[in-house]
Every structure is written in structure tokens, then in C-alpha cells.
Design a protein around this ligand. Structure first.
Ligand code: NAP
Length: 244
């Protein structure tokens, strides 16, 4: 059997992993939940850079890599491209489209943490929804701000910050309630795309609030690219039936 290595860590990847029969491999970095109900093998932890991934591909007899990592997991995607080039293994990728801006959106694109800090200057009640990066900056919060930070990790807040550990999908009503309770006046987001976390953008639009949007990193080209899980599932089904 030609083995598939699926690089995951997203809801899209998990949907693909559920379609993989025994013998194929679903790989996770180890930051989040590890599913225990899959037919395929689940492996957890980094490969040890490009060389480690090359060795893994050879040792495990991998014939196809499917990169379904998060659009901001750029290092893993670059490593996958380099390792596939060096071993001759084809690389497919599921690249979820970013959200399109709509009428009424006030999105302000920035490229790094400094851009975020500059973008929220002048606002008092930011809602951070871009993962754990703000946790490293809780001691730098200016006296004029109170941060609400939502991320997957439980973490202590302080006098100027509340940390909410929560995992999407988030509903419109839930987001409206959060914006009300925390008196949010600006949102910080990755340009992730997908349904699970888009409700905050709708609420920001409804209220005329700006969104400081961290721009997507550059990702390498793949040999086949899919916008949706459904397309990738179709193609994987063909691949599985033609190589099993
Ligand atoms: P990253 O910066 O691109 O990767 C850092 C290192 O983590 C990689 O070099 C690799 O270690 C290891 N790694 C990443 N994904 C892996 C996988 N699927 N299997 C095995 N090792 C993996 O990634 P990140 O932004 O820290 O994200 C880590 C994981 O969380 C990814 O799986 C991603 O899909 C998921 N995730 C990320 C975000 C986000 O916003 N960044 C959001 C939701 C989920 P080695 O070099 O040792 O191989």
C-alpha cells in the first residue's frame, strides 16, 4: 500500500483524517487535542526539521504528503515542500481561502506584532483572537487598555487582561454577548478563513468596529491544491482507491 502522510492540526485536516483508512498517517505538532477514534495511525510531535522529515518519509514509505496545516503554520508547509522536493514525494495541499472583505468591513492589515500594537493604539478594549502570541506581552499592556485574549490555552490574566480559553466554532449570539460583556472596541484576527471563527467579523461589521488583520504568510506551491475539504476528500478517495 502507498502510504499517505497527512499534516494536520486543523478541523479541515481532522475531517480528512477521518477518511484515511488504517495504514495511513495523520501527524500533529502536539499543541492541541489528539483524536483517539481514527482508523489511521496518529503520530504526534515535530519531525526534527527538513532532514528529519526527509528521513521520516523514507523510513515510513510515504508516497504522498497532504499538507492540511493551518494557513499560518508556514514553517511546517515550507518544510513539507523542501522534504518532498528532496525525496521526490508528491505534495498536495488544502489551502483554505481567506475571508473576503464585505461592505462595511474596516479591516486594517498588519504584518507582525509591532503592526498590531500600532493598530490598537488609541483603542481601549481590544479582543485578541489570534492564538497565544499576546500571552507573551501581558506585562506590556498600556494603562489605557484592557485586553481580552481568546486562545486555546488556559493562562492566568492580570489586572489589565482576561484570558479566555475557548475553541470554536463560535456563534453570532455568543460573539455579540462577548463583545457586550467585554465592551470590545477593536478586534485582532488572523486572516484565517473558514466558518468556525468568522462570527466575530460579522459582529465587528454590525458595530462598525475595526479589525486589525494579521496578513497571511507566504506559503509554498503544492503539486495539487484544494480550496475545500470536500474537493480534497474527493481526490483522496480517488487516490486511495487507485493505490490501495
Ligand atoms: P509552524 O510554525 O509551521 O511549525 C513549527 C514546527 O512544529 C514545525 O517545524 C514542526 O516541527 C512542527 N509541526 C507543525 N505542524 C506539524 C504537524 N502537523 N506534524 C508534525 N509536526 C508539526 O506551526 P505552528 O504555527 O506552530 O502550528 C503548529 C500546529 O498547530 C500545526 O499543526 C497547525 O496546523 C496547528 N495550528 C496552527 C495555527 C496557527 O495559527 N499557527 C492555528 C490552528 C492550528 P519540526 O520542524 O520538528 O518538524
Amino acid at each position: 500500500m502507498k502510504r499517505i502522510l497527512l499534516l494536520g492540526g486543523t478541523g479541515d485536516a481532522l475531517a480528512l483524517a477521518r477518511a484515511l483508512p488504517a495504514g495511513h498517517v495523520y501527524s500533529l505538532a502536539g499543541l492541541g487535542r489528539v483524536p483517539d477514534d481514527l482508523a489511521c495511525t496518529v503520530r504526534v510531535g515535530g519531525f526534527g526539521g527538513i532532514d528529519g522529515l526527509c528521513a521520516y518519509l523514507r523510513d515510513a514509505g510515504i508516497a504522498l504528503v497532504v499538507d492540511a496545516t493551518h494557513p499560518y503554520a508556514a514553517q511546517m508547509s515550507r518544510h513539507a515542500r523542501a522534504a518532498c522536493d528532496s525525496t521526490g514525494v508528491p505534495l498536495w495541499a488544502v489551502r483554505r481561502p481567506a475571508w473576503p472583505a464585505q461592505s462595511g468591513d474596516d479591516w486594517r492589515f498588519v504584518h507582525d506584532w509591532h503592526g498590531i500594537v500600532a493598530g490598537i493604539a488609541g483603542f481601549g478594549r481590544p479582543l485578541f483572537t489570534l492564538g497565544r502570541e499576546p500571552l507573551a506581552h501581558l506585562d506590556e499592556i498600556p494603562a489605557s487598555q484592557y485586553w481580552t485574549v481568546r486562545c486555546l490555552e488556559a493562562h492566568a490574566g492580570n489586572a489589565r487582561a482576561r484570558i479566555i480559553d475557548a475553541r470554536g466554532p463560535f456563534t453570532l449570539d455568543g460573539e455579540r454577548a462577548l463583545f457586550d460583556a467585554a465592551r470590545i472596541d477593536v478586534v485582532i484576527s488572523k486572516h484565517s478563513g473558514g466558518r468556525a471563527t468568522e462570527a466575530k467579523l460579522t459582529v465587528a461589521r454590525e458595530r462598525g468596529l475595526p479589525v486589525i488583520m494579521l496578513a497571511r504568510p507566504e506559503l509554498p506551491a503544492a503539486d495539487r491544491r484544494f480550496d475545500t475539504v470536500a474537493d480534497a476528500l474527493d481526490a483522496l478517495g480517488l487516490q486511495l482507491s487507485s493505490t490501495a
